[in-house]
Ligand binder design. Sequence first.
Ligand SMILES: [Zn+2]
Length: 88
Amino acid sequence: MPAASGADVLTADEIDLLKALPEESMIDLLERVATAATELESLRRQLATRWMVVHPCPVCGAEVIGRADKIYCRPRCRQLAYMERRGN
Ligand SMILES: [Zn+2]
C-alpha cells in the first residue's frame, strides 16, 4: 500500500501551523503521532482479521479496511472523488 506523504494528509494551512510550533513541541508532537499511528495500524490489522472487509480505494488504490459501506481509504480521497464528480 502506498505511504501517504504529509502533503496528502495535511492542508497547506495545517502545515504552516505546524511549522510555527517551537522545535521541542514539534518533536514531541511527531513522536506522539508516530506512536499513535503504530498503535492504530496494529489495531486496524487485528480488526481486519476479525470482521472488517478489505478492498482497494477507488481513488488511490490503498487498502480500505472498514465496514462494507466504507468506500475510500481516508477523508482526502472521499473529497477528491466528490470534486471529480462535480467536474473540477
Ligand atoms: Zn485513497
